[in-house]
Design a protein around this ligand. Structure first.
Ligand code: SF4
Length: 376
């Protein structure tokens, strides 16, 4: 037997014995048993050249069953298939004849880049340029404190629709003002301003929407959840079911916020949010801009580095309309039943889902906001 290491294209002198051999017709139960058993090498058989089921089995073992050990391809394989084996999650291939090792080496080294995502390269190559562009935008935004300049920079660099999800909070009102003042919409930038109408908003939020539309001459689109999904949720958990468990609360946020947001972001190239690093520990490292691998767009947080004082000064200097609830101690304002006023000195996020632990208090709109985009 002669084994080639697919990552290095080198022959392996002393290979381990195989623990399990899977045939191409192995079902999911067989895969689970193999992955959960001995960590020794699993071999997948390719009885004929035309039988490609082994590639799928390898991917399932890696992605569905989390197998981390050595995955070996055995049977009728040719050097041209080396890259496919590697990208499907195989580590080694049994080449039977060691004299063909140099051909495998040539084939494996010939193709160094792949366009589609796979087990070995989660980030498609076509997104690499987007990731770099987002990093460049992050750097450009960091060169100025001026929000209007930042908005112009965003509009200049993002091609296509730029979604701005506003909750009508202080940060979002400041951003909306800067968008209006920058004139980017009049100049042709496709800025889509919307808010998630969860059906549980404070009336003061709706009043702020109208006031802002009149002041800034920008329509704020209301994105509603799917009516049937809301009916099912309430039928299952009750009107205030989200108070009974974290799972229920997350299910409510999923139906009323996350899914409508995902729908609203579809096709957008950029997504502007009002996240700030001071909001909570979980948001302490929010970048100004970063590539969002989950959603395939550039996520931009143009006031991420602003302090509360900066925000207040900007609002006062520009006479920006704000939600009247702020004057009554409400800081971070979400749905009415899940938001309360806070005491002076308390963290802004304390007033949201106050019955839960701090580290569990994201609604799912911002995936791992502390590090988002940086893993891309
Ligand atoms: S904030 Fe409360 S009411 Fe609003 S979607 Fe989440 S759980 Fe439901």
């Amino acid at each position: 037997m002669a084994l080639v290491d697919l990552a290095t294209a080198k022959l392996i002198a002393d290979p381990d014995d195989v623990a399990t051999v899977l045939e191409p017709n192995a079902d999911d139960g067989a895969l689970a048993a193999a992955a959960g058993g001995n960590a020794g090498p699993i071999a997948i058989s390719f009885p004929t050249f035309a039988d490609g089921r082994g590639f799928s089995l390898a991917r399932l073992l890696r992605e569905r069953h989390g197998f981390k050990g050595e995955l070996r391809a055995i049977g009728h394989l040719i050097p041209d298939q080396g890259q496919f084996l590697l990208r499907s999650g195989f580590d080694t291939v049994d080449i039977a004849d060691p004299d063909t090792a140099h051909v495998w080496k040539f084939s494996l080294e010939r193709i160094g880049r792949n366009y589609q995502p796979a087990v070995r390269n989660g980030l498609p190559l076509r997104w690499e340029a987007s990731r770099k562009a987002a990093a460049a935008l992050d750097e450009a935004l960091g060169k100025t404190d001026d929000l209007v300049t930042r908005i112009k920079e965003i509009a200049n660099r993002i091609e296509g629709r730029i979604a701005f999800s506003t909750s009508l909070g202080l940060e979002d009102q400041v951003i909306l003002h800067a968008i209006a003042k920058s004139g980017v919409i009049k100049s042709g930038a496709a800025v889509d301003v919307f808010t998630l109408d969860t059906g549980r908003l404070f009336p003061e939020v709706l009043e702020t929407i109208e006031l802002s539309e009149l002041r800034f001459r920008i329509r704020i689109r209301l994105v509603a959840p799917d009516a049937a999904e809301v009916e099912d949720l309430v039928a299952r958990d009750g009107v205030f079911g989200f108070r009974q468990s974290i799972d229920n609360r997350k299910a409510c946020c999923e139906v009323r916020k996350v899914r409508p947001l995902n729908r609203a972001l579809q096709g957008a190239q950029g997504w502007i949010t009002g996240l700030r690093r001071e909001h909570s520990d979980a948001r302490a490292e929010v970048p100004l801009a970063a590539w969002d691998t989950e959603r395939g767009l550039t996520k931009i947080n143009p006031v991420a580095d602003w302090s509360e004082q900066q925000l207040a000064a900007y609002i006062s200097a520009n006479n920006i309309p704000v939600n009247p609830l702020h004057a009554r101690g409400f800081v971070s304002i979400g749905c009415a039943p899940c938001t309360r006023a806070i005491q002076p000195g308390e963290s802004p996020r304390v007033g949201r889902w106050w019955w839960e632990n701090e580290e569990k208090k994201e609604c799912g709109l911002h995936v791992d906001p502390k590090r988002e985009g940086r893993a891309a």
